[in-house]
Design a binder for this molecule. Structure first.
Ligand SMILES: Cc1cc2nc3c(=O)[nH]c(=O)nc-3n(C[C@H](O)[C@H](O)[C@H](O)COP(=O)(O)OP(=O)(O)OC[C@H]3O[C@@H](n4cnc5c(N)ncnc54)[C@H](O)[C@@H]3O)c2cc1C
Length: 432
């Protein structure tokens, strides 16, 4: 069957799969009451696959999609113990940016922003990427110095970032308290125009649909319980629904990644912390940029529906629990009001939590491990959603070629033994 530029079949029958998402298709189905086919197909679990990806978040699904789309590798299974996007990928605050601190980080996240810019077309799925600008506030000289440093590294790598003063901040975000009476007066900000927000569920569903359309098998409710390794090489994956023979396993399980790595006998320098977020009732649009304050441990953005989305830094203890806490919401509300006192009457709608796989240098761990055929794409902490496309692309290349591509060369597991850390704490601690 002829294939269009985005890889979907050109001609699709009445039950055509996947359905093309277009205004004409919407009108046609509305008039005829024809139901939409499921976004991705169900398959029986096979007893062997060329590649098994553990974790159905943005990272696992993007890797599966690019394996099929870029390398023609389609005998791939994505396994998740819950539903697609049930981990951090369905719980994050969907902030995208590339204004990191190290050249390796800036280049890597910039590639992801570029892929995100064309993702709606590539996937034939509206992912609602809104590049509305990203402001990181400086409340003291040390932050301002780090921001100048970041701005220079960003510019050297071709990424649009600059330090701006309070007049410009006032123009971009008039509701911020920029007075000298504020508890932590604002001295300036790092302004990053390409940053913004996206619809996280759409990204997950779009990748799942695109991968499924190219032959990848997606298995929800399929918990991995063990990994068989013999003679230093992966042989099989054990699941609650049966065993799968395979020579390649990709661990893309973020907050659970050490548990999966332990099954293969690989130790990861990853610690899991909960991260909470909250959203208000919808209010009239008034905030057109993302605002981050590292000093106040808080960030704010406004969705297209008008809700204010608030986030913070991780909970101060390790845990696998994803329950929200009253302490968090109290502290968060206090910090938000220091930034924008006018919000005191806005009501919170809900709060939630997810798990974050923190590394010592706030950079990811990607590539091969000491066990042949066992690869990792982990260490995504509080900032990994934005990296989904570039990570998927890079891990797919890594699996297809047997070598990590240059763009992830600095993020290998071996860097911890070699002492070659990629320190991103100054750019990744709060401003996800
Ligand atoms: C509240 C919050 C806000 C955030 N905000 C941002 C943000 O604004 N921007 C940003 O870039 N990042 C943000 N993040 C971080 C981001 O969400 C994650 O880094 C990213 O989603 C990780 O994606 P992933 O695909 O690697 O893992 P996940 O989406 O967590 O997927 C891992 C999957 O593995 C599955 N799994 C685990 N164990 C097993 C098993 N034994 N068998 C089978 N499946 C298993 C889980 O069910 C899960 O679905 C935020 C995170 C949280 C919690």
């Amino acid at each position: 069957m002829p294939v269009s530029t985005n890889g979907y079949p050109r001609r699709r029958g009445r039950a055509g799969y996947p359905a093309r998402y277009s205004a004409a298709a919407l009108l046609g189905r509305g008039l005829t009451h024809r139901p939409w086919p499921p976004a991705w197909r169900s398959h029986p679990l096979k007893s062997s696959y060329d590649v098994v990806i553990v974790g159905g978040g943005v990272h696992g699904l993007a890797a599966a999609y690019y394996l099929a789309a870029n390398h023609g590798i389609t005998d791939v299974a994505v396994l998740d113990k819950g539903y697609m996007g049930s981990g951090g990928s369905g719980r994050n605050t969907a902030i995208l940016r590339s204004n990191y601190l190290t050249p390796e980080g800036v280049r890597f996240y910039d590639r992801s922003v570029q892929l995100y810019q064309r993702l709606a077309t590539d996937l034939d799925y509206n992912v609602m990427f809104s590049q509305r600008g990203h402001l990181t506030l400086a409340h003291n000289d040390t932050s301002l110095r780090t921001m100048r440093w970041r701005a220079e590294v960003n510019k050297a790598e071709g990424v649009d970032s600059e330090v701006i003063g309070t007049d410009e901040i006032r123009r971009l975000a008039p509701f911020l308290d920029l007075t000298q009476e504020a508890r932590y007066p604002v001295l300036g900000a790092l302004y990053h125009p390409p940053g913004g927000i996206i619809r996280h569920d759409a990204v997950v569903w779009g990748y799942a649909r695109g991968a499924s359309a190219r032959g990848v098998h997606i298995h929800q409710d399929t918990e991995v319980t063990g990994i068989d390794v013999a003679d230093g090489r992966v042989r099989a994956v054990r699941t609650a629904r049966g065993d799968i023979a395979t020579r390649t396993v990709l661990n893309a399980t973020a907050g659970w990644s050490t548990l999966i790595a332990d099954m293969a006998g690989v130790r990861l320098p990853v610690t899991t912390y909960p991260l909470q977020a909250a959203v208000t009732e919808p209010v009239k649009p008034f905030l057109s940029t993302v605002i981050v304050s590292g000093t106040l441990h808080v960030y704010v953005s406004q969705t297209d529906r008008g809700e204010l989305v608030f986030g913070a830094s991780v909970d101060p203890f390790t845990s696998y629990s994803s329950r929200g806490s009253l302490e968090f919401i109290e502290g968060l509300a206090g910090n938000v009001l220091q930034l924008m006192p006018a919000l005191s009457k806005v009501r919170l709608l809900r709060q939630w939590a997810g798990l974050c796989d923190m590394t010592p240098d706030f950079s990811p761990i990607m590539g091969m491990t000491t066990v042949a055929g066992f690869l990792v794409d982990v260490g995504w902490g509080t900032y990994g959603f934005k990296a989904g496309p570039v990570s998927g692309e890079a891990m797919a290349q890594c699996i297809a070629s047997g070598r990590p591509p240059g763009i992830i060369a600095a993020f290998g597991l071996e860097r911890f033994a070699a002492g070659a850390l990629v320190g991103e704490k100054g750019a990744a601690a709060v401003g996800h």
